[in-house]
Design a protein around this ligand. Structure first.
Ligand SMILES: Cc1cc2nc3c(=O)[nH]c(=O)nc-3n(C[C@H](O)[C@H](O)[C@H](O)COP(=O)(O)O)c2cc1C
Length: 333
């Protein structure tokens, strides 16, 4: 059995849904939690935007519901310790968000819009600043009884993973007060191309000093999850794209820590259509129906992928605006 402590939070068999902008909405996070995900960070939210534009502007991304998603985790990005101090304080004081359990700091986002502000994976090139950010954030988290975690990559440049730079970075993070590190097995320069480097993740795992290490990248079924655990020695797994349109991945991985593959019921196209509607129904509880349907488009595409008639269904779903329209299309196309 896998058991980790994120500060005072104890988790058995940690399977974590990876944060994904546009996908990991409260509705999708709740569904993945029902399927066995231990916790699910929100997508990245700008600490600076909370500081300068107020918290309400980001509330649609920050929304949490401990009843539905179990532990709650908000992911922030930024490049100034002061922004993080302010944003974390603001979150912990807000009546809608104060029950948050974990604040996660993004040090891995490769998108130019984020990197050029010195945030996301750019922080891997500024270890001193990254350390200041962690220390400042941990201090605020401690004062509110929250845990601070970090998500990063195996380096910025491709050489970093082999020249010891990435290991030094991981070691620094683990010694700066963070309570868990999740690492995506690609460098920033790889973006999402190529294969996740599992051997590099194994080296990062060794560099991680005394806190749980979560491995991420290309886990798509029981065997790849098992291989990731065996090769890296990670304490837990984080699953991203394989969960899109397929929250059942968490059921499939349920026995991965004991190496006991459970006999999973085959997921039919009918099941996927029903799950799509369920996610839409949940999304509509939090948002205006038209907005919910539009925002769920990427998720809808993931659910219908591979179905007979998916190409024409995709086009029709993209012009649907109501729950009933989506439902009719799913059962008539
Ligand atoms: C559409 C999309 C959006 C993402 N958004 C975020 C994000 O907001 N924060 C973050 O830390 N990582 C983000 N990621 C990276 C994932 O969390 C994960 O590290 C990456 O997809 C590799 O894992 P996988 O192979 O299991 O998908 C995103 C990935 C995708 C595909």
């Amino acid at each position: 059995m896998g058991m980790i402590n994120i500060g005072k939070i104890r988790i058995e068999d940690p399977l974590i849904l990876a944060p994904m902008a546009g996908t990991t909405t409260l509705a999708f996070r709740s569904i993945c939690h029902e399927m066995g995900s231990s916790y699910q960070p929100t997508e990245l939210v700008s600490a600076r935007s909370i500081m300068y534009s107020g918290i309400d502007k980001s509330m649609c991304y920050l929304m949490i519901d401990r009843e539905k998603e179990g532990l709650s985790c908000i992911q922030l990005f930024g490049s100034d310790p002061k922004d993080f101090e302010y944003a974390i304080g603001k979150i912990c004081e807000d009546p809608r968000l104060k029950d948050v359990d974990i604040i996660d700091i993004n040090m891995g986002c490769p998108v130019p819009k984020v990197v050029k502000t010195g945030a996301g994976s750019a922080l891997m090139r500024e270890p001193k600043l990254a350390e200041e950010i962690i220390k400042a954030s941990v201090k605020v988290c401690d004062s509110y009884g929250k845990e601070l975690t970090v998500k990063t990559r195996i380096g910025y440049e491709d050489e970093d993973k082999d020249n010891g730079k990435a290991e030094d970075f991981i070691k620094m993070l683990s010694q700066s007060g963070a309570k868990l590190i999740a690492v995506h097995g690609r460098t920033r320069n790889q973006m999402y191309h190529g294969q996740a480097d599992i051997k590099a993740l194994a080296r990062m795992r060794k560099a991680c000093d005394g806190i749980p290490f979560i491995a991420n990248g290309d886990i798509k079924d029981f065997n790849s999850g098992r291989n990731m655990l065996e090769v890296t020695g990670a304490d837990g797994l984080m699953i991203g794209r394989a969960a899109q349109g397929n929250p059942w991945i968490f059921e499939e991985l349920a026995g991965v820590f004991e190496n006991k593959e459970k006999e999973a019921a085959k997921v039919t196209f009918e099941d996927r259509k029903k799950m799509l509607l369920r996610e839409l129904e949940l999304t509509i509880r939090y948002k205006d129906e038209n907005i919910a349907v539009r925002e769920m488009r990427p998720s809808m595409m993931a659910y219908i992928k591979g179905m007979p008639g998916a190409a024409s269904l995709k086009v029709k779903l993209c012009s649907a605006l109501t729950y009933e329209e989506v439902k009719d299309l799913l059962w008539t196309t």
